[in-house]
Ligand binder design. Sequence first.
Ligand SMILES: [Zn+2]
Length: 109
Amino acid sequence: MTTTNTTTPTQGLRHAQLLARLEADYELHTRRLTEMVSEPVSDPEEAFTRDSLAATSRHALASIAAALRDVAQGRYGICEACDAPIPVERLEARPEARYCVSCQARRER
Ligand SMILES: [Zn+2]
């Protein structure tokens, strides 16, 4: 395998593992949403819980989809805001992270 970018073999392997996790998460949330939609809920409290779970899954799917798009464009692991590489430890904690720690903190302020 030949690469023209500066990714080290170790990073490449870790990214491959992260990609597998992103794909697994994507599948999990898609399945959850499908199940939720197919089971009618009559209890209002249960419906509320399900709605918030569905919102969480939809939000996760959007983040994962964005990360997968970055993978396709060869920008995965690069901060969206400042172009700095996102530490792999951060990606391992949150594979869908698209900002480095300081840019994320700035956005949440
Ligand atoms: Zn940044």
